[in-house]
Structures are given as structure tokens and as C-alpha cells.
Design a protein. Structure first.
Lengths: 222, 793, 358
């Protein structure tokens, strides 16, 4: 069963030298429970692809399917609702809500989506090793701890699709590896599909499938 | 190097034009309100000086008579005895379309002054009828029945003529005072034996305009200062924000080898430039504001104190310099913190703004302690303070304490709300509001100040108005009032009216000193008009009977409060001696002390006191007025009916608070601008906080709605907080300031309708302030929010 | 602008009128009145003066004065001089009751010693009793200053006068007794003042003996000496080209009297009267007298010739005057020099000098 499908998606941006085509007909298919990596150099369009998959940006043409829903037919509110209920997003930084405690951050999306499960959240917190930090605030946490909370918050809502954009980019290698391990482990446990955007082939190697973008075109899939 | 650094620093503003606009607008407005108020004060004070210089009253002693009239023979007798005195005749008359003060002088004997100098330009013309008046008064008179020349040396509302002309106009052969030349020959017979009936007034006495109007000007100054402070809030937050945003730039510049000293100097120069630009703009605005308000200020001062102030504004370079100085000082004050922080900044300090919430925790503790201390001071002042200054200090302490307590109170309220909240969004909403409070708190404090001032002053004015109208209804019971042209006419009128009216109540008074204050003693005929209608404060039993039996005096509230009198205390009356005080009566709008004794006793002591007015009780006013006009040929200016009298009194009252209201509104506008500035500059920082929520599935529209709601909630909470503070303020104004400044105490009345209206205005102001950032978030939300997550950030 | 400045500017025209000051000062003041003496009576040659009526005021004429000077010697052996003047100036011809009177009065009093000079002034409106003159019995006053006649029956009303004036630093009370007749100046009292023919009515009583008390800041001094009264009224100011005048009254040790003046200007003009001890006047025509300034004194920023040589070649007279106090400046609303003098040369005696327009 497909968790995310992109069909010949194009995207261009206006710039001083005219329109820049960032995505030139990209297709992608990710089944539920599988972990895919998307690699490419800076400016290859991988972040844009992720943003389009999340409904943060709209494709110029092509189709974007998340589960059964075609994102290109939804308006901003529809895309937001879809994100709330079905998609988990993890970024390099600015993931947590600074005014809420770790506990509140962990439960936030699940409660927004109406899928709150306290036991599951405690379970996740223990698995992620942040159970002792529940009453703290994001700024009191290290980078690694912050990303673990972000993963927990994302998974607590039981999304069908997890989109991660360089989630370990701000972390040192050792910490990053541990965070990635947890992410892969837990997405697999919850049966969510994962699309990991990274420029590191070492990290990409940990996923089941790898896609490489170059100048807006999918160069190959392994 | 310096130039490059300065250019780099200034480039920040080119990219943050709105922030720059806010900073400049805040400073300009603060300067405008302050300097505008100062211009008004300066103009009024210069008018008082003009009034005093006309007959050089500040330098010369004068003689007058308690009845207000001096026989001309006294002048001749004094001159023949060698005393250098000069006659003056002063009276209110209707000239053309205006009611003016007519001053007749004798230029040959008058002590040097602006008036005699005018007359001496052409004595022959002056003697034969030429007069002088302020250009504004000349315009008000319009159809001048004689030659009156414009002169700025004559106070507004005054017409200067020759003494002989004045007597002819007034159909009088009396004088009102004699001025004494500064140096008199030696060896003359003393005045006490020559003219025992006359009273010697030392120089400046009786010309206490400056003293009387002090409270009014203090009032204006307090408002100007409040507005200035509110404006400085804007400047402070804008400068602070610009500092935070440029931390990275400071780091880079210093890493590139720019000395800290130079960098600090550059930043100071930048502040100086802005202060100059905004200060200049503020001066222009302030001048325009003052010019706009001047006519109302003039009318207020004329109505309340009889102070002759022109309605037009003069430009004074010294005022401009002072205003600019205030702008520079204010900027220095508002920017000092930023400069100090720059000076103590390690070269490679983190470029990211520190977490405000935690940095401000200590600040909030200090602030709360300060608020507590100020509140304590306010309580001490309320209990032990005396005098107008203590009253204003009490006001300032109360306002500041309340303003400083705003963050603490709001934090507590928001924390409680957060606890009570159900649902993730509500929780986030309250938590986020609380976390952002430190950045908004300055603006909210400013808003609180403005709202509290508004509620306080509004309540005071409305309470005053309600009391005043009730009082007017009681006081102005006589259906018709007539001003006789002469004492013969007064007696004839009395005789004519006796069989035709229900009652004729003559108004007689003499000037006197009571408890060391300039005062008037009035005669009161024992009549139901007074017994039934005059409201009294602390009367003794059978007060009216005792007054009629000449067993005591009534005093007005001003004298009662200023001299700390109580019913039963003795008051020393000239030529009568001590008499017990039987009670006090409210006497709004009168700066002088007053005492009332019964008419028969009054006539015994001052048989020559002229009847100034006759109050007539009648069932059929129109018929009586017609009869008076037919029989005595009285002019319209001599007869006022009840309705007219009320109308005039109310009009004066309304004018009195026009300025207060205008300044109030302006202060509120500045506060709204402060909030706007804070919200707009905050909006940029908010994106990073809002972006995760967007990623988690909230639409920009929802986020914008939440932001707007947040601003409204904060504004609403501030308004709620301002309400009790405003009431305390009103109570202080009514029970302390008014008593000190005017001498009357008024009951506090509450006007929830006014609060609702103010609440609506405040909500609109907050909405206006919050809608631009919210609108931006809604319309350009995705694009902006996305940038937060973009890697290049 | 200083207080004095205001005052001075205001009153300059008045003084110009009273003292017939020259043109530069007059332009402003006369502009509104008409330079041709419109409405005012004008002196006519040949009109006989009528006493005591003419001792009183002539409200139809523009200007008039009662001008007393006295050269005195104190019990302390010191010389003193006293001046007392009442000026009348009409803003319009005629008299009216109360403040409507167009008459303005001004009093000047001076007291000079070798070391001091005091001056005082008073102003008053006519019509209200503050100042005025009645001819018979004679009484002239302004405020508490007065010149009161105590003449016995058969005497001229001016023959016995009591004089009083008071300033902030001085006052004096003097008795004047006439030892000779009134003297008509010019042509039977018609005195020409310029080549253009401006003229005034002018008579004098130059034969007073004086006694009384002066009260100076240092204390009272009993004095005695001789006095001179000038009465003059006119409606015609000096001609525009005339700048001011120098006037002397001289009392010779041998009993003769002489009045002389020169009007300075583009065309100078002199006149005088030689008076024998029995009061017979001889008018001295224009040019008969020569005035030569000898020494100048700097007073109040002006150069004033305080010592003169006066020659009357046809009368064999050549004298040099020395002021008692060269600083006898009347620093009043409008200032001029007026003080006592002694003269030596072909003749000796005492006198008074008045100089205007400096």
C-alpha cells in the first residue's frame, strides 16, 4: 500500500535570472512501513520535494498522493488537515514549540489530530530516553535531545508518513547516528513510511531504498 | 573605517523600514506632545506677563476700596498731599460683539508700563477716544463704535482707553483703584490718615494669575510628561530590538577589527541622528498641535480664571531648543541600555538572541519589587501627603507602580489560564502568550498607562460634570438677572420690581482678605431661594436662621478646605471681627475664597457697597423682562434669563476639559502606536515560533486568527487591569488634586458606559495594531514560514 | 526697552511743544496737530496786556508758562539756585470740564548747589483740579507744588508769592517779594523769536527779593537772594530750522537787570531787554547781543557750553559767565540745562542760564 506517491512533479521559482526549474518531472513511490532516503547536492531540489510532499508548497504540475488523498486537489486548509492527521515532519531545527514543555510538545500533534494516547507517549519517551526531561522546556535541551523529542512528537500522532529533512544535520556524528537509529527503529515499529532527505550517503545507506536527485531530476533509485 | 561601520549599521534600517518608521514616529510623537504642551504653557505665561506689564502691576503698589469703587476726590486729595498716585477704572463691558474688560488709565500720572507707553504715542488722540486692544479682541469686537487700534501689548479681552473715556462709557464718576509710583516723595502725610477707607495692596497682590493658574499648567505638564514617557517606551523597544537583531553584525564588525569604542560611538551617532530627525519632526508636530489646541486652552483659562490668554500661538526659538533637548535626552535614556550592553558584549557573543523568557525572569523580580515599593510610596503619600505636588507624586507613584506590575499580573493570569486550558491549541495559546509577554510588556505597560489615565481623567470629568450640572440647577434658580448701570438705577429697579416680582435679591459684595487669601464677602438676603436650594457641606443646625440672625458666616468650599475650617470655627472678617463658620457651600469654577453674611449686617458695615446685580424670582419671566426693557431701556447685555446663565456656565465647563480630553486621546493613540510597533517588530521573530505549528498542520489563517486573538486578549487583560487603576486615579484626582488645585472635593461617580466605549476604542486600537502583522501572516504566511525551515537560514 | 526709554519717547513731543524745541524732535508730535497753529489764537503785535487777567492761563493759546528762578545765598555762605516752572500745553484750544479738558500741565522743579543738582517733575490733566492757575487771588499749582499770591490790596497779585515744590530728595518753601514793577519784554510784551516772525507774549517780574528754606538730603538751609519770574504764552513753535536756545536772566550788582537769548539754527537770532533799576526796559534787536561759548561740559553724553562770553557792544557790556554747578542738567522726561551763574567782566552780578536743544 502506497504511503506517498509523486507523479511527474514539476516546480519552478522566480528568480532574478527568470524562472528556475527546481523539479523537472520527479516521480516517487513509497510503500507503508518502508524507509527511503533522498540524496542530492545542495540546490538539487530535495528539500523542495519534501516540502511538496508535506503540502508546505504546491507542485506546478503532476500529482502528489499521500495515502488516498491527492494533495494537488486540496486547498491550504485541506493540506493542513492532512498534515495534522497523516504526516509527521522533522526538520534540522526549529522543530519544537518553545513555549511548551517537553511533555506538552510530545503530545501536541497527537492531541491536535485527536489521536492522543498517553501510554504510547510514555512508551515513546522511554524509548527515546527523554522520560526524565518531560517537565523541561526545549531551550533547556541539547540538540540531540531536542531532535528525539521531535521524533517522539511526530510518531505519537501515528502518522502514515514521516518526512525528515536533514534531521541530524545539526548534530555531531555519534549523536546523529543514535538519533537516526531511533528514528528508523520507531518508524518501523509504528508502520509509518519514512522519507529521509540527506546529503550524506552514509546515512542514506541505512535506508531500504535510496533516490538521488540531480538538477531537479531523479537520477536513480537503488 | 568609521564611515564604513556607520554605513553598515545604518543599512539595517534600510532593510527594516517599518521598524525605523516606528522608532522615528515614537520619538517624534513623544517630542510633539511634550513640546506642544510646553508651547501652550509658555504662551499662557507670556500672556500673564503681558497682562501684568500693561499697568506694571508686578512692580507697583495699589490702593483700592472694599466696595470696588473709589471716589475721584480721593485721587485729587492724594495728589494735592504730594502722593504720586494714578487713577485706574476697570470694568466688564459689552463693546461691539464682545464682552471685554475695559481699563481706563491716566497716562500722564501712570507709572511706566506698556499701557501708558501706548497712550503716549499720541496723547491727544488717546484723550479724545482712541483705544487699544489685542488684535484678537479687536476681531471679536468686530463693529467697533470707536477708534481702537490693535496692539500686542494689551492682554486679550481687554480694551485700554483713557480714564475719562472709560468713565464716559461706564457713565461713572468713580475709579476702581489708584496705582502708586514706585518712589514717593519723603515726608508726606501717611495714607492711613489721608484715605483711611482705602486698602493698600503690595506690588503683585491681586494679580495672582500665575499662581492661580499653576495647577492648570502643572496638569498640562503632567500630561505632556506622561505622553513623553509612553513615547519613550516605543523608542526603547525599537532600539532594543534593533540591537538584538544586529548582534551578528556587531560580532562581524568586531571580528573585522573595529574597536569597541568606535562601534559604540557609531551606535551613539546613529541614535543622535535619529533623535535630531525625529526631534525636528516632533517640534513641527508639537507646534501644530499647540496651535490647534491654543484656542481651547485660551478659552479655558479665560473661563476658569479670567486669565487673558490669546488664542494664537507665537513661535519661540528657545522653546524649539528645549524641545530638541528633550528629544535628545529621551533618546539617550531609551538607548542607554543598548549602548551599555554593547559596551559589555564579549567580542564573540552568540549571534542568536538569548531566550527572553529566562533573561527577563530576574528583571521581572526586580520590576515587581519596584512596583511594590512604589505602591507603598503611593500609600504613604495618600495617607500623609499634603499639597499639590504630593498629589501629583501620588498620581505618578500609583501609575508607575501599576505599570510596573503589568507584566507580573499578566504572567500570573496567563499561567492560571494555561492551567485551566483544555486542548493542545489552548494550552499553546496561553503558554505562548506568556512566553512572549516580556517583548510586549513595554507596549502593554504604555497601553495600561494610557488607558488608566483615560479612565481616571474621564471618570473625574464625568463626575465633575454630573455634580456641576446638579449644582447649577440649584444655584441658578433666579429666573431673571439684571445688571444695573448705576446705583440710582439699581434702587429704581428695586422699587419697580418690589410689587411685580416674587422676590428681588440684590447681589452686593466687597473685596477682602480672608485667612490671608484674596477673597470676596457677599451679602445674602434671607429668602427661600437660598434656604431651599443651596446645598451645604457640614452645616450647623438651623444654619439659615442663624445666618439670618447674623450669628455667623457661610464660606465657600475653597476657603473651607484650603484653610482647614470646620463648622463652628471662627473666621476673622475685616471690620466685623471673628464670626463662627456655619457651613460651607460648593462654589465650582471660582478661584477666590468667599464668605456670605446676611444682607442687613452687610449693609451696616459697607453701606456704600454698590448693587452689582439683581436676581429676580418671578413666575412670568418674559413679561417682566419686557417690562424692564420698556421701563428702563435695559440692554440685552444687562438682562440674563436662567437658561442663558446655565448655557454660559455649561459652555465654560465644557471648554475646561477639552484640552484634557484631547491630550487623553493623543496619549492613547501613542500607546496604540507603541503596541503596533511592538507587534510589527515582534512579527519577524514570531515566524520561527509559529513555523512548527504550521508544519504540524495549522493553516496560516488559523495562526493569524490566533495572533489577533492573542493581541485582543492581552489588550483586554490590560484594559481590565487599567480599570481599577483608573478608578484609583480618578479618586486621587477628585479627592486630592482637585481639592489642592481648585479647592473643591467631588463625589466619585462611575460611568460604565464610558468604560465600555473606551474598551471598544482600546479594542479597535489593539486590532488596528495587530491586524497588519496578522494580515501579513495570513497572506504571505506559507512563503515566510517556509523560509524558517530552509537550510540556508 | 528700558523704562526710561518708554517714558522719554512718549513725552518728547510734549516737551517739544512746551519748550518749543527745534524741528528734528517735532516732526512726529506736530504731525497730528497741524503746523499752522490751526484753531489756536496767535499773538498779535500791539495788543495791550491786561493785569491781573493775563497772569492767569490763556487756554486758547497752545503753550504757556509760569517760570520762577532765584539766585540764593545760604546761611552757610554757600550759593544756591532754585527753579520752579509750571507749563501748560493745550492739545486743542479752549477749556472743558473734567477729563475732557484738552489742557495738560507739567511742573519742573530744580535745586542747584555748587556740589549738587536736583530735579523733579509732575504731570497733570486739566479739568480735574490736579493742576491749574487762577489769576486773582493768584494761585498756581500742580499736585502739592504751588505758587500762591499773598499780595496786599493795591499791589499786583504777583508782588508777594509763596513757592513750594517737593522732589523725592528735596523740597523748598520760599517767599518772593517784588521790589519793582512788571517789565514787558520785546515790543510792549510782544516778543519776536525768529527772523520769520514767530512770536510770543512775554513779560517778567525781575525784581523779587527772596527768603525761605531749602531742604536738601544733607539737611535744611535758610536762604535769601533775588528772584525772577517769566510769563510767556504763544501758539507758535520755533521755526523748523531752529535747533534750540540759550537764555539768560542777569541781575547786576548795580540794580540793573538784563534778559537775553539766542536761538541757534541755520539763521541765528538774538534778542534781549536792558532793564534799569526802576524797571524801564530797552529792547535789544536781533544781532545786538553776541553769545560766545567758552567752556564746554560733558553731561549725560552731551557737550554743553556752560560758560559764556556775552557781548553788547553798543551798551559797552562784555561779561563772562561761570555756572555755580556745570552739571545742572535737568534729567527729566526731556532734559535741558538750567542753573544759576555768576558773571564778571565789564559788569558783575548773578543770574540764571537755560539751554535747550543740546
Amino acid at each position: 500500500m502506497t504511503a506517498l506517491a509523486l507523479e511527474t512533479v514539476t516546480k519552478s521559482f522566480p528568480s532574478v535570472e527568470g524562472r528556475v526549474e527546481v523539479l523537472r518531472g520527479v516521480s516517487l513511490d513509497i510503500a507503508r512501513g518502508s524507509a527511503h532516503a533522498l540524496t542530492g547536492e545542495s540546490g538539487s531540489g530535495k528539500s523542495t520535494l519534501l516540502h511538496i510532499a508535506a503540502g508546505l508548497e504546491q507542485a506546478d504540475s503532476g500529482r502528489v498522493l499521500v495515502g488516498q488523498s491527492d494533495l494537488t486537489t486540496l486547498d491550504e486548509a485541506g493540506r493542513a488537515a492532512l498534515r495534522r492527521g497523516h504526516v509527521g515532519l522533522i526538520f534540522q531545527q526549529f522543530n519544537l514549540i518553545p513555549s511548551l514543555s517537553v511533555a506538552a510538545n510530545l503530545g501536541f500533534q497527537a492531541r491536535l489530530a485527536g489521536k492522543h494516547d498517553a501510554d504510547f507517549i510514555i512508551h515513546l519517551a522511554q524509548r527515546l530516553g527523554v522520560a526524565d526531561l518531560l517537565s523541561r522546556y526545549p531551550e533547556q535541551l541539547s540538540g540531540g535531545q531536542q531532535q528525539r523529542v521531535a521524533i517522539g512528537r511526530c510518531l505519537a500522532a501515528r502518522p502514515a508518513l514521516v518526512l525528515a529533512d536533514e534531521p541530524t544535520g545539526n548534530l555531531d556524528e555519534e549523536t546523529g547516528d543514535r538519533v537516526l537509529d531511533l528514528m528508523l527503529e520507531l518508524t518501523a515499529e509504528t508502520g509509518a513510511a519514512l522519507l529521509l532527505v540527506t546529503h550524506s550517503s552514509r546515512l542514506a545507506a541505512r535506508c531500504e531504498a535510496r533516490h538521488h536527485l540531480r538538477a531537479g531530476r531523479m537520477e536513480g533509485t537503488e | 573605517m568609521t564611515r564604513a561601520a556607520l554605513a553598515a549599521l545604518l543599512s539595517h534600517w534600510a532593510r527594516n523600514k517599518l521598524q525605523l518608521a516606528m522608532l522615528l514616529a515614537g520619538l517624534a510623537l513623544a517630542t510633539a506632545l511634550w513640546s506642544g504642551v510646553q508651547a501652550l504653557n509658555a504662551e499662557a505665561r507670556s500672556a500673564y506677563a503681558t497682562a501684568e506689564a500693561l499697568l506694571s502691576e508686578g512692580a507697583t503698589a495699589r490702593l483700592d476700596h472694599p466696595s470696588g469703587q473709589i471716589a475721584q476726590e480721593s485721587f485729587g486729595a492724594l495728589r494735592r498731599a504730594g502722593w504720586l498716585v494714578s487713577p485706574v477704572l476697570e470694568a466688564r463691558v459689552t463693546l461691539g460683539d464682545a464682552r471685554v474688560t475695559l481699563i481706563g488709565i491716566e497716562p500722564l500720572t501712570a507709572p511706566p508700563g506698556a499701557g501708558p507707553a501706548l497712550a503716549a504715542e499720541d496723547l491727544a488722540a488717546f484723550f479724545s477716544g482712541r483705544g487699544f486692544a489685542h488684535p484678537q479682541t479687536l476681531r471679536e469686537i468686530r463693529d467697533v463704535p470707536r477708534e481702537i487700534r490693535p496692539s500686542e501689548a494689551v492682554p486679550v479681552g481687554t480694551v485700554l482707553v483713557d480714564i475719562g473715556q472709560a468713565q464716559a462709557i461706564l457713565q461713572s464718576d468713580h475709579l476702581t483703584s489708584l496705582t502708586l509710583a514706585q518712589t514717593q516723595p519723603e515726608g508726606l502725610r501717611p495714607l492711613e490718615t489721608l484715605v483711611p477707607e482705602l486698602r493698600l495692596l503690595s506690588p503683585g497682590e491681586g494679580a495672582e494669575l500665575a499662581g492661580l493658574t499653576d495647577s492648570f499648567h502643572l496638569n498640562l505638564t503632567a500630561f505632556g510628561l506622561l505622553a513623553f514617557a509612553v513615547g519613550l517606551f516605543i523608542v526603547h523597544s525599537a532600539v532594543g530590538l534593533a540591537f538584538e537583531q544586529r548582534r551578528a553584525m556587531f560580532r562581524t564588525l568586531r571580528a573585522l577589527g573595529l574597536p569597541l569604542r568606535t562601534l559604540t560611538a557609531c551606535l551613539a551617532t546613529e541614535l543622535l541622528l535619529m533623535a535630531l530627525v525625529a526631534g525636528a519632526a516632533g517640534l513641527v508636530l508639537g507646534y501644530a498641535l499647540a496651535a490647534l489646541l491654543m484656542p481651547d486652552v485660551a478659552l479655558t483659562l479665560r473661563g476658569l480664571y479670567g486669565a487673558p490668554v490669546p488664542g494664537a500661538l507665537q513661535f519661540n526659538p528657545l522653546w524649539a531648543l528645549a524641545g530638541l533637548g528633550m528629544a535628545l535626552g529621551g533618546t539617550a535614556l531609551a538607548g542607554a541600555q543598548a549602548l551599555w550592553r554593547l559596551w559589555h558584549l564579549p567580542p564573540l557573543a552568540p549571534a542568536q538572541p538569548r531566550a527572553w523568557a529566562h533573561a527577563s525572569a530576574r528583571g521581572m523580580r526586580v520590576q515587581s519589587a519596584l512596583a511594590g515599593a512604589l505602591a507603598l510610596l503611593a500609600i504613604i503619600l495618600a495617607v500623609y501627603g499634603t499639597g499639590l505636588l504630593a498629589g501629583f507624586l501620588l498620581l505618578a507613584a500609583t501609575l508607575l507602580a501599576a505599570a510596573l506590575a503589568v507584566p507580573l499580573v499578566l504572567t500570573t493570569v496567563l499561567r492560571l489560564a494555561e492551567r485551566a486550558a483544555r486542548g493542545p491549541l489552548a494550552e499553546w495559546f496561553w503558554a505562548d502568550s506568556r512566553q512572549n509577554l516580556p517583548r510586549l510588556s513595554l507596549a502593554l505597560m504604555a497601553l495600561m498607562l494610557a488607558l488608566a489615565a483615560n479612565i481616571g481623567v474621564g471618570t473625574m470629568v464625568a463626575s465633575f460634570r454630573a455634580t456641576f450640572i446638579d449644582w447649577l440647577d440649584l444655584r441658578l434658580v433666579a429666573e431673571v438677572n439684571v445688571i444695573p448701570r448705576s446705583q440710582d438705577e439699581a434702587r429704581a429697579l428695586e422699587a419697580f420690581l418690589a410689587p411685580r416680582a416674587d422676590a428681588v435679591l440684590p447681589m452686593l459684595r466687597v473685596e477682602a482678605q480672608l485667612s490671608g487669601q484674596p477673597a470676596q464677602i457677599y451679602a445674602m438676603k434671607d429668602h427661600a431661594t437660598f434656604r431651599d436650594n443651596w446645598p451645604l457641606i457640614d452645616p450647623v443646625p438651623q444654619v439659615w436662621d442663624r445666618l439670618a440672625a447674623a450669628e455667623g458666616v457661610l464660606v465657600n468650599e475653597q476657603l473651607y478646605r484650603r484653610s482647614g475650617l470646620r463648622a463652628g470655627d471662627e473666621l476673622d472678617l475685616p471690620q466685623i471681627g471673628p464670626m463662627p463658620v456655619l457651613g460651607a457651600y460648593p462654589d465650582y469654577g471660582n478661584p477666590l475664597a468667599q464668605a456670605v453674611i446676611t444682607l442687613p449686617r452687610f449693609s451696616e458695615i459697607w453701606p456704600e457697597a454698590p448693587i452689582r446685580q439683581l436676581a429676580i424670582r418671578t413666575e412670568d419671566a418674559p413679561t417682566l423682562i419686557a417690562a424692564l426693557q420698556d421701563e428702563f431701556g435695559l440692554s440685552a447685555a444687562q438682562i440674563t434669563d436662567q437658561a442663558q446663565a446655565k448655557e454660559i456656565s455649561l459652555a465654560i465647563f465644557e471648554r475646561t476639559f477639552v484640552i484634557t480630553r484631547a491630550l487623553n486621546l493623543l496619549t492613547l493613540s501613542v500607546a496604540a502606536l507603541a503596541l503596533f510597533a511592538a507587534l510589527v517588530t515582534l512579527a519577524g521573530m514570531r515566524l520561527a515560533q509559529l513555523a512548527p505549528l504550521w508544519a504540524l498542520g495549522l493553516t496560516p489563517r488559523q495562526l493569524a486568527g490566533l495572533e489577533l486573538t492573542r493581541a485582543l486578549v492581552m489588550g483586554g487583560l490590560t484594559m481590565l487591569l487599567a480599570l481599577p487603576v483608573g478608578l484609583v486615579l480618578a479618586q486621587v484626582l477628585l479627592a486630592v488634586i482637585n481639592v489642592q488645585a481648585f479647592g473643591w472635593r467631588l463625589p466619585l461617580q462611575v460611568f460604565p458606559g464610558d468604560w465600555a466605549r473606551l474598551g471598544l476604542w482600546a479594542a479597535l486600537a489593539v486590532l488596528a495594531a495587530a491586524s497588519l502583522p496578522a494580515l501579513r501572516l495570513w497572506r504571505q504566511g506559507p512563503a515566510q514560514l517556509l523560509r524558517v525551515f530552509a537550510h540556508e537560514r | 526697552m528700558g523704562r526710561g526709554g518708554l517714558r522719554q519717547r512718549g513725552c518728547i513731543w510734549l516737551l517739544a511743544l512746551l519748550l518749543a524745541l527745534p524741528a528734528p524732535l517735532m516732526g512726529q508730535g506736530f504731525a497730528g496737530l497741524g503746523a499752522d497753529a490751526e484753531g489756536f489764537a496767535v499773538p498779535e503785535r500791539g495788543r495791550a496786556l491786561d493785569f491781573p487777567t493775563d497772569h492767569g492761563p490763556h487756554p486758547d493759546y497752545r503753550i504757556e508758562w509760569w517760570y520762577l528762578t532765584a539766585t540764593l545765598t545760604g546761611a552757610d555762605g554757600q550759593d544756591y539756585g532754585v527753579q520752579w516752572t509750571l507749563f501748560r500745553s493745550a492739545l486743542a484750544p479752549g477749556e472743558a470740564e473734567g477729563w475732557a479738558s484738552p489742557q495738560v500741565w507739567m511742573g519742573h522743579a530744580g535745586l542747584t548747589s555748587a556740589t549738587g543738582h536736583f530735579a523733579a517733575e509732575r504731570f497733570a490733566r486739566g479739568g480735574i483740579g490736579q493742576a491749574g492757575v487762577t489769576a486773582s487771588p493768584f494761585h498756581a499749582h500742580i499736585d502739592d507744588w504751588h505758587m500762591t499770591g499773598h499780595a496786599r490790596p493795591g499791589e499786583d497779585v504777583l508782588d508777594r508769592l509763596e513757592l513750594h515744590a517737593r522732589g523725592s530728595e528735596f523740597h523748598y518753601t520760599l517767599e518772593f517779594t517784588a521790589e519793582g514793577p512788571l517789565v514787558l519784554q520785546g515790543d510792549q510784551g510782544y516778543s519776536v523769536k525768529s527772523p520769520e516772525g514767530q512770536a510770543s507774549y512775554y513779560y517778567s517780574q525781575p525784581f523779587y527779593t527772596v527768603s525761605g528754606m531749602l531742604h536738601l538730603p544733607d539737611g535744611p538751609v535758610e536762604v535769601s537772594g533775588q528772584g525772577w519770574l517769566d510769563r510767556e504764552w504763544s501758539s507758535q513753535p520755533l521755526s523748523p530750522q531752529q535747533l534750540g536756545w540759550d537764555w539768560v536772566s542777569l541781575i547786576f550788582d548795580d540794580g540793573h537787570r538784563m534778559m537775553g537769548f539766542q536761538v541757534r539754527g541755520r539763521e541765528g537770532f538774538t534778542a534781549g531787554t536792558w532793564i534799569t533799576p526802576d524797571g524801564t526796559p530797552t529792547p535789544l534787536p536781533d544781532g545786538a547781543l553776541r553769545f560766545t561759548p567758552l567752556a564746554r561740559t560733558r553731561i549725560n553724553g552731551r557737550d554743553v557750553p556752560t560758560s559764556w562770553q556775552i557781548d553788547w557792544p553798543e551798551g559797552g557790556l562784555s561779561i563772562t559767565t561761570e555756572p555755580l554747578n556745570p552739571s545742572a542738567w535737568m534729567d527729566l522726561s526731556v532734559s535741558y540745562w538750567e542753573g544759576p551763574l555768576r558773571f564778571t567782566g565789564t559788569h558783575e552780578g548773578r543770574g540764571y542760564l537755560e539751554m535747550t536743544g543740546y
